[in-house]
Design a binder for this molecule. Structure first.
Ligand code: PLP
Length: 387
């Protein structure tokens, strides 16, 4: 059996995979088992943000592998501490908790929000979390329920209670939902899986102001938007707001599994001994890789991300079949007159790997993609869209 046949035999069928087996990669270029090269415009869904097998990242990861690979959280380790300091400095947040995925980071935010409310108000009914329709927050039972898309709530019940949904960009509607049982709001600044839709800056600001006045915590899900993806370290920084809890994952460790919950001033001491934990969380090998990534995301780097995003938008603005382009930085959704899945498939035939989200073509290239690869990829994408 070849790999695809074996996958069909032995792997649970939860993914609609493209018929390509990727075996190696360097920078923005991946290669399949037949030796065909592809320019990567998806970076493993926003994960390999410095491309495949980045030298500095490999060096950091292998150096740590050769020192100590795991200790449990019963002992102190250096890389995670260094990473936490970097993340706090770059985000304005105060403390970190490390887990292993985006969903886990969101679970951590949910637990922290509820504990903050419980500790402060000594009530066990001030626990409701408002999330937005069309959001995506993960695949665990609680984060599925937090996901504001009805299609995710069909099976798998009973779910944890205490999640209600507001329409994005409708502040009055949001305000009406805020009774004395609400402890937090959770939102993505750019809804990724929901179709690459940036929230209105005015809505975000009003929600944050209102929540601050009423001691409702603001949780920002930066799992996809974080770590430079939108042209800022975190997408909330576009709007000058300060969340109480932030989750991030995907790109933070450059291709190894890590989820982080960042705590703001109000929530930094919410978790106490034994409140939360994770066996693999803060793994030193992964943290060392993450340090090598996060320390390179500076203002100069971010302005390049913004520039490349503008270049893509500019190229697409000249396509007759493009109906709209949404998103920020290097997180873009393209609505065309054609079927997104078909456009993606044809791009792959021609050696470019895009993603889709709902009815859009979604681009999440490595943040450090060079101009030559970016131009070649856009030549293919714009040609396929317009023919
Ligand atoms: C991908 C994603 C998640 C889930 O992350 P996992 O690592 O797959 O658990 C949560 N929120 C957002 C916004 C995401 O894009």
């Amino acid at each position: 059996m070849n790999t695809i046949e074996k996958d069909n035999e032995y792997i649970a069928h939860t993914y609609a995979r493209f018929p390509i087996t990727l075996v190696r990669g360097k920078g923005a270029v991946a290669q399949d088992d037949k030796g065909k090269s592809y320019i990567d415009m998806g970076s493993g869904i926003g994960v390999t943000i410095f491309g495949y097998c980045d030298e500095e990242w490999i060096e950091a990861v292998t150096a740590q592998l050769n020192k100590i690979q795991h200790t449990s959280n019963l002992y102190y380790t250096e890389p995670g501490v260094e990473l936490a300091q970097l993340l706090c400095e770059k985000s304005g947040m105060k403390k970190c908790f490390f887990g292993n995925s985006g969903a886990e980071a969101n679970e951590c935010c949910i637990k922290a929000a509820r504990k903050y409310s419980f500790d402060k108000y000594q009530r066990n009914d001030r626990n409701v979390i408002i999330s937005l329709k069309q959001s995506f927050h993960g695949r665990t039972l609680a984060t599925l329920k937090a996901t504001g898309q009805e299609a995710f709530h069909d099976i798998f019940g009973p779910f944890p209670d205490g999640f209600i949904y507001a329409d994005a960009n409708d502040f009055e509607g949001f305000e009406k939902l805020c009774d004395d049982k609400v402890c937090a709001v959770m939102m993505e600044i750019v809804q990724g899986e929901g179709g690459v839709i940036a929230l209105d800056g005015d809505f975000v600001k009003k929600v944050c102001e209102f929540c601050n006045e009423h001691d409702i915590l603001v949780i920002i899900d930066e799992v996809q938007t974080g770590n430079g993806r939108t042209g800022k370290m975190y997408a909330y920084q576009h709007y000058g707001v300060m969340p109480d809890l932030v989750s991030t994952a995907k790109g933070v460790a450059g291709g190894l599994p890590m989820g982080v919950c960042l705590f703001g001033e109000k929530t930094k001491d919410t978790f106490t001994l034994g409140s939360h934990g994770s066996t693999f969380g803060m793994n030193p090998v992964i943290a060392a890789g993450a340090v090598s990534i996060v320390k390179r995301i500076d203002d100069k780097f971010l302005s390049e991300v913004t520039k490349k995003g503008k270049y893509i938008k500019d190229r697409l603005s000249k396509c007759k079949n493009v109906k709209s382009v949404s998103g920020m930085g290097l997180m873009l959704g393209i609505e065309t007159t054609k079927d997104a899945k078909q456009v993606a498939a044809e791009c792959m035939n021609r050696g470019v790997l895009p993603l889709t989200a709902k009815n859009k073509i979604r681009l999440l290239p490595p943040l450090n993609i060079d101009n030559e690869n970016l131009k070649q990829a856009m030549d293919v994408i714009t040609a396929v869209i317009d023919e």
